[in-house]
Design a protein around this ligand. Structure first.
Ligand SMILES: O=C(O)CCC(=O)C(=O)O
Ligand SMILES: [Fe+2]
Length: 345
């Protein structure tokens, strides 16, 4: 738990809170509410760079169940885990600490289980992690459906028909390889004591939990436990600030493809996870579920009738050149493979 005194963006009410009550479902949305929420989301993501969603309908128990399943997976013998190692083509599978590095100067202590397919064959076997599939699949479906509602909301804010963005994200978690959207379960183990002030600096091993980066896709939904450590750079700011914790809330943050698609009107949020200070906090693990919403691999993203803000804030993120200028036909698959090559060992 973050210490009582710690000031965070949430404790200072600096992150817009968006209430999804009465929004309906992805297949039966309440049009006027979706429209209003789209505007709120657009204002939050273009102004601050992120938002928190409440009343989203995903029960905390579902998250706690997958956190416990991931703990059980991480406790399996290495040889057993090895059957499930990440497949570089599908991005599905287990990512051991050190296999994916955002910050080359530190050792990143992070276990991840990427889920891009919901088939039984893709999940840890029942006798290894009982219930893994029974918890992970419904949660992945909930997060997919929530993403589908948000895509409709954003479409209204962009001034295009609500089905426009849905059509470009039609294959999310369909297990057919058409779309790279991923639900990622994350466990950050306690930080070893070597990091607590080495007597000889040359021997020092510097740990972090997740190095600074922006996500690659349309947007990311992030549910986290109360351990803290997530930091972001708000739009127009170069300062790292702690996000903090709002029980039950889900964060939403734009990714690089959305930034490119909106000509940086919705910049990709820079974020990282640091090791919290204090012996007690460092000795505790942290859990999180991230859902990366991405367009279909071959989607031709339509031009959006967006006007740049009259006085745009300095962008926190510069879009990748291969996604801008004359390269208007954004290809999600190419961008993703490029970014994976940069971070996976
Ligand atoms: O653990 C978190 O809160 C963030 C994880 C993250 O940024 C990522 O996996 O891309
Ligand atoms: Fe991230």
């Amino acid at each position: 738990m973050a210490s009582q005194q710690e000031e965070t963006l949430l404790s200072r009410c600096e992150i817009p809170i968006i209430d999804l009550a009465h929004i309906g479902t992805d297949v039966c949305p309440m049009k006027s509410v979706v429209r209003r929420i789209g505007q709120q989301l657009f204002t939050a993501l273009s102004g601050k760079g992120l938002a928190v969603l409440v009343n989203h309908g995903i029960a905390e128990e579902k998250l706690k169940a997958v956190y416990a399943d991931l703990d059980n997976f991480c406790a399996l013998p290495e040889g057993c885990q090895a059957q499930y190692l990440r497949n570089p083509v599908s991005n599905h599978g287990y990512v051991r600490p050190g296999m994916e590095q955002f910050d080359a100067t530190k050792k990143e202590l992070r276990h991840a289980f990427n889920i891009t397919s919901l088939t039984k064959a893709a999940m840890p076997a029942e006798e290894e992690v009982p219930e893994f599939i029974n918890h992970a699949v419904p949660l992945a479906q909930d997060l997919t459906n929530l993403s589908r509602v948000l895509l409709q909301a954003l479409a209204y804010a962009f001034g295009v028909p609500p089905a426009t963005l849905l059509a470009c994200h039609s294959g999310m978690l369909q297990s057919d390889g058409r779309n790279a959207s991923t639900m990622r379960l994350l466990y950050y183990p306690p930080v070893p004591p070597e990091d607590e002030g080495p007597c000889c600096p040359s021997d020092a091993v510097h740990y972090t939990r997740c190095g600074a980066h922006s996500d690659y896709g349309t947007f990311t939904l992030l549910a986290q436990d109360s351990e803290g450590g997530l930091e972001v750079k708000l739009n127009g700011s170069d300062k790292w600030q702690a996000v903090g914790h709002l029980p039950g809330a889900i964060l939403v943050q734009p990714g690089e493809l959305l930034a490119a698609w909106t000509t940086n009107i919705l910049p990709a949020l820079m974020h990282r996870v640091v090791v919290p200070s204090g012996t007690y906090a460092r000795a505790r693990g942290r859990h999180c579920v991230a859902f990366f919403c991405l367009p279909d691999n071959d989607a031709k993203l339509p031009t959006l009738p967006l006007k740049a803000a009259p006085a745009p804030a300095p962008p926190a993120f510069t879009p990748h050149t291969h996604l801008t200028l004359h390269n208007r036909l954004l290809n999600a698959a190419h961008h993703l493979q490029k970014r994976f090559r940069e971070t996976y060992a």
